[in-house]
Design a protein around this ligand. Structure first.
Ligand SMILES: Cc1cc2nc3c(=O)[nH]c(=O)nc-3n(C[C@H](O)[C@H](O)[C@H](O)COP(=O)(O)OP(=O)(O)OC[C@H]3O[C@@H](n4cnc5c(N)ncnc54)[C@H](O)[C@@H]3O)c2cc1C
Length: 406
């Protein structure tokens, strides 16, 4: 069988390798001058390619119950074995897997060496504009070429970080075959607000408890580092709530975030702790009172928000001002007005519903012989190796799947 894989990214390369292992002729069509451009920028160039904790709660989809069938124990073990056999030695930090070399190129090169070993042809600079099916054959068109195939694996990615080649054009290729698309929204992305103190805290990193709030209900909480920016917030904790934020904004709802900048002490004990600290420190200025546990720029931002002078003393604040400051330190709340765009997003939520593919093979239920992988599908994951994890496993399933039905 002649199998064409459209897109030489994470899921496409794995799909090609598995398809070739079953003695198929496999060709990868990649629009860029070289494959795996996105892999190279993952994990800040180190490629966080897997996570040890594969609880389904780390994945998101409109058909979450179906992910169990894809991220199975066997598939997890097989994909780790796959990378092991490619020669990748993992460096595991808090369950996050990186290549021991600390270089994403190790993953890219390992995949491309295997592609070469299996005689898989890669045609670069081939942008698939159109795919047609006549009887049992597929025809794939670029602006100047036409290639035929018995089966097609569509691995064109999402529209996150389009400069890498995945710009969302694959959704249209799938739509042309009758697939529907669950709204595609930026995820693992920075969040924006409109507060006047953002300028003061720009560039600060803080260890916090970050909650996503909608209509006074806490929808999600993350603990860890966030980055404070002149437009709002960024960092891993922010990314992990951003998918839900995107959905709320898309539904024209108004999400808020609540930040506890003092997670080292129970909230209900914070006030008495601060009072004691004030006495022990012999009635310092507010600035001095806060300096031992908060970044200076953050102090200035929060004091600006509360209209309190930094040279004021705690004892001189009235009850209301004290409560306002305590609340800003332990539950600073502001509205999220937007996310950054797809350009800055690491992944997208939404895509082709899992209900439109056969979960054992990832073959389309709309068109026989068409397979779908990776971020094109309606699955996204938390930060920490889940998105590549899904890309590898879905590529493996489709790569094997092409041979299952012959
Ligand atoms: C900055 C950044 C950091 C990230 N870090 C991590 C991380 O550390 N860990 C993690 O798990 N995930 C990470 N991700 C997410 C991860 O990279 C993606 O989820 C994953 O690459 C998706 O794989 P894919 O195969 O679906 O698509 P991609 O890897 O995007 O591959 C799609 C390929 O298809 C090609 N293509 C598109 N359309 C066509 C066409 N019409 N014709 C021919 N070729 C086409 C594209 O050029 C591209 O090469 C990160 C993403 C970004 C942007």
């Amino acid at each position: 069988m002649k199998i064409i894989v459209v897109g030489g990214g994470a899921s496409g390369l794995v799909a090609a390798i598995y398809a070739a292992k079953n003695n198929n002729e496999v060709i990868v069509l990649e629009r860029n001058p070289s494959c795996a451009k996105k892999i190279l920028i993952t994990g800040n160039g180190r490629c966080n390619y897997w996570n040890m904790n594969q609880e389904i709660s780390h994945y998101h989809s409109s058909s979450l119950e179906k992910i169990d069938t894809i991220i199975t124990k066997n598939n997890q073990e097989e994909i780790l074995e796959f990378f092991n056999n490619l020669g990748i030695v993992p460096k595991i930090k808090n369950g996050y897997y990186y290549p021991f070399s600390n270089q994403a190129t190790s993953i890219k090169n390992a995949l491309l060496n295997e592609v070469k070993r299996l005689n898989i042809e890669i045609i670069e600079d081939f942008f698939v504009e159109r795919i047609e099916k006549e009887q049992d054959k597929f025809y794939l068109y670029s602006s100047s070429r036409k290639i035929d195939a018995d089966k097609v694996i569509l691995s064109t990615g999402s529209k996150a970080c389009p400069k890498t080649g995945s710009d969302g054009n694959g959704y249209q290729l799938a739509r042309n075959f009758g697939h529907s698309i669950i709204p595609v929204l930026p995820s693992l992305v920075q969040l924006k607000g409109n507060e006047n103190y953002f300028k003061e805290w720009d560039g600060v990193r803080a260890d916090v408890e970050l909650s996503l709030i909608y209509e006074n209900k806490k929808l999600k909480e993350e603990t860890g580092e966030i980055q404070l920016t002149d437009y709002g917030i960024s960092g891993i904790c922010t990314f992990n709530i951003s998918g839900l934020v995107s959905k709320l904004l898309y539904e024209r709802k108004t999400p808020q975030v609540k930040i506890n900048f003092c997670p080292f002490i129970e909230k209900e004990n914070f006030e008495s702790w601060l009072e004691k600290r004030n006495i022990v420190m012999n009635h310092p200025t507010i600035e001095e009172l806060l300096e031992g546990f908060l970044n200076y720029k953050l102090i200035i931002a929060l004091l600006k928000k509360c209209h309190i002078s930094k040279i004021e003393e705690w004892n001189h604040l009235d009850f209301q001002k004290k409560q306002e400051l305590i609340s800003s330190l332990t539950e600073l709340t502001f509205e999220i007005t937007d996310t950054n765009s797809f350009d800055k997003a690491q992944v997208c939520s939404g895509g082709i519903p899992l209900t439109e593919v056969n979960l054992d093979t990832l073959e389309s239920k709309k068109v026989e012989g068409l397979y779908l992988t990776g971020e094109l599908l309606d699955v996204d994951g938390d930060c920490g190796g889940y998105n590549l994890g899904f890309a590898w496993i879905s590529g493996m399933i489709a790569g094997k799947g092409v041979s299952k039905k012959c």
